[in-house]
Design a binder for this molecule. Structure first.
Ligand SMILES: Nc1ncnc2c1ncn2[C@@H]1O[C@H](COP(=O)(O)OP(=O)(O)O)[C@@H](O)[C@H]1O
Ligand SMILES: [Mg+2]
Length: 371
């Protein structure tokens, strides 16, 4: 198959029409373990994106479902139903949206919830769509309400009402749209109003990747970067990337730097260990801030329970940063437990910070004055 016409447009459109979003701006603060990408990183990422469904690693279920939807649409010679992709950052939503357009051999238009400020912005995009075009709306949960309502109608009836004039003299002119396929991406499917969610004929949920899948991602990316990598090194990086291909690729690039500057040029286990030590990413993928939070929880609050705000102050961070960028992974790893009275350490937390857990009972009474 020839590459989709939309593919090239996507790469340039990504920075132009996709709002950086809060997440992108915060990514820099977090460094190598952030699941978000910074604006500067987009080109490096684009170079590593799989272009075809067959090259997309893992996510067996979603891949199978998608290929059915796409093949059926191709067989009927019609635009497929609208598709929603949900899941945490860095797992391949944007990549899949590109792949959908490529597999359909259809042009691709990209926008995002935050980039569409007014319904008029969306009307302009919708009214210029070509037949069969794929419209990718990233961070669709952040669309403004009027735009969202316009989108319902466009998705359902392939029609928009364009309002002309103001006040009592305003008239709305219905405008027919060519059949198109909307692909929405969201990290927060739960935030989508149900009328919007219901207009997607297909919803694919992406989940964190298994180590073996991440090893494949890393090995293939190394080949694209034209650097040799040992299997143990790929496994080492896979174990430290938080189940997230974006982080895997980023760590790979940092390890490659090390091997080219300090090592043999080939990525071996030594390079992986040394580079990840430089970036302070530990064997479970925790970075300095993660470890600071765990240490504070154990050392200063005796394993809790402690409120998140108090914990954030203890590590000199905003509560929101700790809540959105630190805690979810620690909870997923069983390194923090959330209880109604606050956060508490688990046996794994004590083991990870290298301290003995207090004897049973000792940690259950919070120190005075903390609540
Ligand atoms: N299944 C996969 N196979 C190979 N690479 C992947 C896969 N999923 C994601 N990636 C890589 O991870 C990076 C982030 O993916 P992206 O699609 O931008 O994530 P999202 O949009 O969900 O935040 C990209 O560089 C992409 O190449
Ligand atoms: Mg994305």
């Amino acid at each position: 198959m020839s590459p989709a016409p939309g593919t090239g447009a996507f790469e340039s459109g990504l920075s132009a029409s996709t709002g950086t979003g809060e997440a992108g701006e915060r990514a820099g603060e977090r460094g190598v373990t952030s699941a978000e990408s910074s604006a500067l990183e987009r080109a490096a990422e684009a170079a590593l994106r799989p272009r075809r469904l067959a090259e997309f690693v893992g996510q067996q279920v979603v891949r199978e479902q998608l290929s059915l939807v796409l093949d059926a649409a191709a067989a009927r010679g019609r635009a497929p139903e609208h598709m929603l992709l949900s899941g945490p950052p860095g797992l391949g939503k944007t990549t899949l949206a590109m792949i959908i357009a490529a597999e359909l051999n259809a042009p691709l238009r990209i926008t995002s919830g935050p980039a569409v400020q007014h319904a008029g912005d969306l009307a302009a995009i919708l009214s210029s769509l070509e037949e069969g075009e794929v419209l990718f709306i990233d961070e669709i949960h952040r669309l403004a309400r009027p735009a969202e309502e316009m989108l319902y109608m466009a998705m359902e009836d392939f029609r928009v009402d364009v309002v002309v004039g103001k006040g009592v003299g305003a008239t709305s002119i219905p405008l027919e749209l060519p059949p198109f396929t909307a692909v929405g991406a969201t990290t927060r499917a739960g935030l989508l109003p149900s009328p919007l969610r219901d207009r997607f004929g297909f919803t694919g949920h992406l989940d964190y990747y298994r180590p073996a899948e991440l090893e494949t991602v890393i090995t293939r990316s190394a080949a694209r970067l034209e650097v040799e990598i040992d299997a143990e090194a790929a496994a080492e990086i896979a174990g430290r990337c938080r189940g997230t291909p974006r982080i895997a690729n980023r760590l790979l690039r940092r390890v490659r730097d090390w091997s080219q500057v300090r090592g043999s040029g080939r990525i071996d286990l030594e390079a992986a260990h040394a580079a990840l030590a430089v970036y302070e990413v530990d064997e479970r993928g925790l970075d300095r801030l993660d470890r600071a939070v765990l240490r504070a929880l154990c050392e200063r609050f005796a394993g809790g329970p402690v409120g998140l705000g108090t914990l954030a102050v203890a590590v000199g961070e905003e509560t929101e940063t700790v809540e959105t960028m630190v805690e979810p992974f620690l909870v997923r790893e069983g390194l923090i437990s959330r209880t109604p009275r606050g956060r508490i350490a688990t046996p794994a937390t004590w083991a990870h910070v290298g301290l003995a857990a207090p004897s049973p009972g000792a940690g259950t009474t919070p120190p005075l004055g903390r609540f």
